[in-house]
Design a protein around this ligand. Structure first.
Ligand code: ZN
Length: 385
């Protein structure tokens, strides 16, 4: 090998080493592996990173309509919030999140100069009523207004967040006009034709029932089925609200309040069953209902429970245990909209449990619920005409 070849080989090797080094550094930065971490620990960290990213996505971010006009805003709804643009907010990245379980809208200005958004700059308009400053008792739109200004030295790092607790549940849209940001506030029933509320039973400290050995808990499977269902319902022309999409405690009152305040066409609550201690033979699916009147003319709770059970049986092939009248359950007893509780199987029964735990089983369950929802909505529309 001549000197030239040796030189080119050396250059190649050094370049390769450099590439490897750069890769190592960026990988280490992303997952922050510490010396002494085992492969298992690294995998766990990766998992946590992914989980964190997923959790951030759980708040519903509202997309922004750019180059909007005041007319456009007023055409959608006569109820809106206006935040004027100033030199100090012009360069900020503005986003809003709808935390509908709390009737709370959060607006954030990333990169605004500290002090540039105050309670006076959050102007609330409802028809001819115009308010600014702290939320007052008589006000139509806001119940409470909180501004968190982190006061960083550099404006690029400063985040001002505006938390707006509203008196009713709104479906907001953010408009960016030349002179101001507008948050248009419409009530769901004004803009959506069909609204469904899906309730994943239990959550957080409330684990629900469990398998015989206590290893598997209900709250986990009601959420997994809900996740499958969410993907299926994204394909449909239906607005869906979820009482929870993560492992957290939600009161029964808040679950029902969501369905009542959006005036949902249907509320479907997902649960797992279990029989009394020691009995492992009971198995199959059932739907629960009450004889309470609903806000729909023709869709009774009982009819919804029947439709849901039939579709559910078709999709899963599980044993049909029938529809069951349960007047005393909080959700059934307080919902003003057609409501059913779907018991997706017995966790105390080995075969049902195996089905519920499998991803393919959860998918079938979700398909059954989706089909039940579609049929019930169709009947409601057909009979309502
Ligand atoms: Zn339950």
């Amino acid at each position: 090998m001549g000197i030239k070849e040796w030189r080119s080989l050396a250059v190649q090797s050094i370049s390769l080493l450099l590439v490897a080094l750069v890769c190592c550094i960026s990988f280490a930065e992303r997952i922050q592996v510490k010396p002494g971490d085992t492969v298992m620990a690294v995998e766990k960290k990766q998992e946590q990173e992914i989980k964190k990213e997923e959790e951030v996505g759980k708040k519903e971010e509202i997309r922004k309509v750019e180059n909007a006009t005041k007319n456009q805003v007023e055409n959608r709804s006569d109820t809106y919030i206006r935040v004027p643009k100033t030199e100090n907010t012009k360069l900020a990245k503005v986003t809003i999140f709808n935390e509908y379980m709390e009737s709370k809208i959060c607006m954030s200005f990333q990169g605004a100069v500290s002090g540039s958004v105050t309670k006076d700059s959050v102007i609330r308009v409802h028809g001819f009523e115009v308010k600014k400053g702290p939320a007052a008792k008589k006000e139509f739109i806001l119940k409470k207004l909180v501004i968190n200004d982190q006061k960083q030295q550099q404006a690029e790092k400063n985040v001002i967040s505006v938390e707006m607790m509203t008196k009713r549940l709104y479906e907001p849209v953010l408009y960016e006009a030349e002179d101001a940001y507008y948050i248009s506030l419409a009530e769901p029933k004004e803009i959506f034709d069909k609204i469904v509320v899906i309730d994943a039973g239990h959550g957080g400290m409330d684990e629900g029932t469990s398998s015989k050995n206590g290893l598997h808990v209900e709250k986990e499977y009601t959420l997994l089925v809900t996740n499958h269902l969410q993907k299926l319902l994204e394909e449909e022309d239906i607005k869906v609200y979820y009482t929870r999409l993560e492992d957290k405690e939600v009161s029964k009152k808040a679950r029902v309040k969501l369905a009542n305040s959006v005036q949902a066409d249907l509320l479907v609550s997902i649960h797992c069953n279990a029989s009394s201690v020691g009995d492992t033979t009971a198995h199959g699916v059932e739907t629960l209902y009450s004889n309470r009147k609903t806000n729909q003319k023709l869709m009774t709770n009982k009819r919804l429970a029947q439709i849901m059970l039939k579709q559910f049986e078709n999709a899963t092939g599980l044993r049909n245990r029938g529809t069951i009248l349960r007047e005393e359950l909080y959700i059934l007893n307080h919902a003003e909209v057609p409501t059913t509780i779907v018991e997706i199987g017995y966790m105390s029964n080995q075969e049902d449990l195996r089905f519920i735990r499998k991803d393919s089983g959860q998918q079938k369950i979700a398909l059954g619920i989706r089909d039940g929802i579609l049929q019930a909505l169709e009947e409601e529309t057909r009979d309502g005409q």
